[in-house]
Unconditional design. Structure first.
Length: 155
């Protein structure tokens, strides 16, 4: 009887050890999966926010070029080309904004990105050089606000 009890205790101890090992390994696997998912989201956010900043910067430059060329000669081929380029840069910035909205999970951050895009869009309708410079600065500051608020999401 003593040998049978010892064998039974050994079987239960082995089962308990196996169960604890399984539970521990499952917890470690879940933790590793969460870590991997968080790393992937971090990389996607960095890429999306950087792409938006680059696209918006290019769009702002194209809006300034468009404005200057329109002031010089609104019928010139250079102006028409600059206008077309600004349309393309806006499309690229809008696509980047969509990616930001999908990845950020923060409606306030998405709103800041939209405001930066809107401010950039308004540059080409400036009435004079001072107005253009002011609109350009507003657009630049809008992007800076977005980046400041996006920064904690990628640290």
């Amino acid at each position: 009887m003593n040998a049978a009890l010892t064998s039974l205790i050994a079987v239960f101890a082995t089962l308990a050890g196996s169960t604890l090992t399984f539970v521990f390994q499952r917890g470690m696997a879940r933790q590793a999966e969460r870590f991997t998912r968080n790393q992937q989201l971090w990389h996607e956010r960095v890429a999306a926010y950087s792409a938006f900043a680059a696209a918006l910067t290019d769009f702002r430059r194209s809006q300034n070029d468009r404005w200057h060329l329109e002031q010089a000669d609104p019928n010139s081929p250079q102006f028409i080309s600059a206008r077309e380029a600004s349309y393309q840069r806006r499309a690229e910035a809008t696509a980047a904004l969509c990616r930001v909205r999908l990845i950020c999970g923060d409606s306030d951050l998405g709103q800041l990105a939209q405001e930066a895009l809107d401010a950039t869009t308004e540059i080409h309708v400036a009435h004079d050089e001072q107005d253009r410079a002011g609109r350009g600065e507003k657009a630049r500051l809008g992007l800076d606000r977005f980046l400041s608020d996006a920064s904690p999401h990628v640290h």
